[in-house]
Design a protein around this ligand. Sequence first.
Ligand SMILES: C[S@@+](CC[C@H](N)C(=O)[O-])C[C@H]1O[C@@H](n2cnc3c(N)ncnc32)[C@H](O)[C@@H]1O
Length: 445
Amino acid sequence: MRGIRSGSIDLIYLDPPFNSKHDYAAPIGSKAAGAAFKDTWSLSDIDKEWWGEISESHPALYKLLDAVQHVGGKSMMAYAIYMAVRIIEMHRILKPTGSIYLHCDTTAGHYLKLLMDSVFGAANYRNSITWQRTNPHNDAGRYGRISDVLLFYKKGNHVWNTQYTELSDKTRAMYRHKDGRGVYRGLPLTAESLSGGGYRYEYHGHDRVWRRPRESMMQLERDGLVHLPKRDGGLPEKKLYLSDAKGVPVQDIWTDIRPALGRERVGYPTQKPLALLERIISASSNPGDVVFDPFCGCATACLAAEKLGRRWIGIDISELAARLIKSRMLDAARAKDGEQETIDRFTVGAGQIIHRTDIPRQHVQRDPCIKNKLYGVQEGVCKGCTKHFEIRHMHVDHEIPKAKGGQDDDGNLQLLCGSCNTIKGTKTMAELKARLRELGILPER
Ligand SMILES: C[S@@+](CC[C@H](N)C(=O)[O-])C[C@H]1O[C@@H](n2cnc3c(N)ncnc32)[C@H](O)[C@@H]1O
């Protein structure tokens, strides 16, 4: 993720390990055979530099993680640190119009909610979507656990396309009238059941409070959109044609998406259904946008993005996941004759898919005035020892060292005085600060 440019991604979906204390393996004989990942956590899984980075750059998050240890124990804290460093990166690479969906379950979901609130801001929280992922069953001593949770956050003024589910048979049965334009149902035109005002007048022999003024009502009638009941006493109603009914807007409990089954199923542990990702991608991105899944597994999000005309990036620690992406994409596209294919680069439809195992480097043109700009932003103060220096004694430094995947973009550049710059070398800020404390240059915390 460090190789991805800041503010370049439109939608992130992540389905990370859940801290389930299980190790997952794909069944032998399935397309995914050999795929495995562990989901047990201890502090030895954590790079202590991450911990240091968080303490320097996100003090509130640091305190939160400390609290996680007290409540959830060391394993939960290790998992939370692992997730926190990644959530910080996701926030960096997401566009201001972007959205993020964090797929989890109730094992660690409440801790993850706090991490997300801390990094994305509680005000940017949109929903906790409950997805019924399996059929009812008996769980000893508790209610059956059949759902996952998707934490949905935005970053700013986000893309949103309301999604609709199909009308139920019960609702369809309400469309029982027909005219030359098609099948329709009647919707109330009176305002009596509504709070607030209305317009009182007599209309077709009914002295009532109506939802629209008389002239607007007459126009509706001229447009052929008023249903006049034949039976005595029946009130005029507004026609809603079945062909115009979009369906029911999707709510925050999803029970209509079944697990991946049949031909869709490749056997990858924890494979998610395409329909789930298609809903998320359709709601929170537009064609041509970039969808990113940092734990992409067998590429369900990538495939859904491809089908919906979005560009996509997937990352997975497992080499097998990368191979599965390729085979799923090619299966889906039914590779045409003459398509060029090599192991690392192949085409599907109009697009080209590139498989790489190195950390991509951003090709950023360094702003020639960056030193002056940073000097202004930092008001001449070194980010290490916090002392004031003249600009000629300052050096442009990579906050996250290049050796650790830090990039050349402005967000990763800072000014250090000559001596802090020498001490830091390829170390992290946390290591520099620790050294400055040892030397007595910075006070103890
Ligand atoms: C729950 S699965 C994702 C399943 C995926 N949504 C799908 O539909 O196939 C989690 C994935 O995270 C990957 N993973 C675990 N640790 C990782 C890490 N540090 N970086 C990237 N991927 C990792 C695992 O290999 C696994 O494929």
